[in-house]
Design a protein. Structure first.
Length: 285
């Protein structure tokens, strides 16, 4: 129920509606109302406008269906007891899920360039920027030795070269308490590599940047700065993605995501050894 209520709030905010509700059974809404059936559910989601919306119902229906697809995994997962201090982060996770779904990205993240913190729907473990760098280095070593690091991390490790074995222990230690499948580790390693590459590009560039893109065969990402110190990062399976399509979705979502980031509770980045990285501050987009 908590996930459904969050969906209703997001629908109202994103569509500029006055109300959003669920209906079960009875007659379908009359013509001229905006509604659709939740996938794999019997409920109808009905959107209410006190005044006729500026956009057409067809356009709004398309946006509504995208929002619902972005929430599908949260509607299907088992409910967990609410934790009030985590609600802003969960709301940010959901917003990033929507952007990832709209663009076909494997991962959507927010990176704080003034600290090691990383937020996002695939960053559900305790890892921060310091851990991401360690994992990216381990992945580079594993690739050089033709070793599938995701497979090793998901199961019982085989005999590894000494340097890689030490790095493997560090990566596992950073993810204490987090169980990932091989595919989940593959996604996690992809975002480790992506945010490490992004941070390296920022540190190695003397001018100011508010947009960065990479189109490598084994890594693709588009990053857009906002709020002076934050970056919205979309990471893809490879470099074969349309910057025009992706950036349009990012621009549309940037105000929403910035408001959610501003609501995040303060976090002490020093709790597990992460180091604060001091970088230049960017102009807001």
């Amino acid at each position: 129920m908590e996930d459904v209520l969050r969906l209703l709030e997001v629908v109202k905010r994103e569509l500029g509606a006055d109300d959003a509700r669920l209906e079960l059974g009875g007659r379908e809404p009359a013509d001229g109302l905006l509604w659709c059936v939740l996938p794999d559910h019997d409920h109808r989601l009905v959107v209410v406008f006190d005044e006729p919306p500026e956009a057409s119902l067809d356009a709004l229906r398309g946006r509504l269906e995208l929002l619902i697809r972005g929430f599908k995994f949260t509607l299907d997962r088992p409910s967990t007891p609410p934790r009030p201090m985590m609600e802003p982060r969960r709301a940010l996770d959901d917003a990033l899920d929507v952007v990832a779904t709209q663009t076909g990205a494997r991962t959507a993240l927010v990176v704080d360039e003034s600290s090691p913190m990383i937020w996002g729907h695939s960053a559900r473990g305790p890892e921060d920027m310091h851990d991401a760098r360690q994992a990216a280095e381990a992945l580079t070593m594993a690739d050089a030795s033709n070793i599938d690091l995701a497979k090793e991390l998901a199961g019982e490790p085989s005999e590894l070269p000494e340097e890689l074995a030490r790095a493997f222990v560090d990566v596992r230690a950073a993810a204490t308490g987090v169980e990932r499948t091989e595919e989940e580790w593959r996604d996690a390693l992809r975002w480790f590599a992506g945010v490490t590459s992004l941070r390296g590009m920022l540190e190695g560039h003397e001018g100011e940047r508010t947009r960065l893109a990479v189109h490598d065969p084994d890594l693709g990402f588009l990053a857009r700065g906002f709020g002076g110190i934050y970056w919205l990062v979309l990471i893809f399976e490879d470099g074969n993605f349309s910057e025009l399509h992706v950036e349009a979705a990012m621009i549309h979502a940037s105000g929403w995501i910035e408001r959610l980031v501003e609501r995040l509770p303060p976090v002490d980045p020093g709790g597990k050894g992460g180091r604060v990285v001091s970088l230049r501050r960017l102009r807001p987009v």
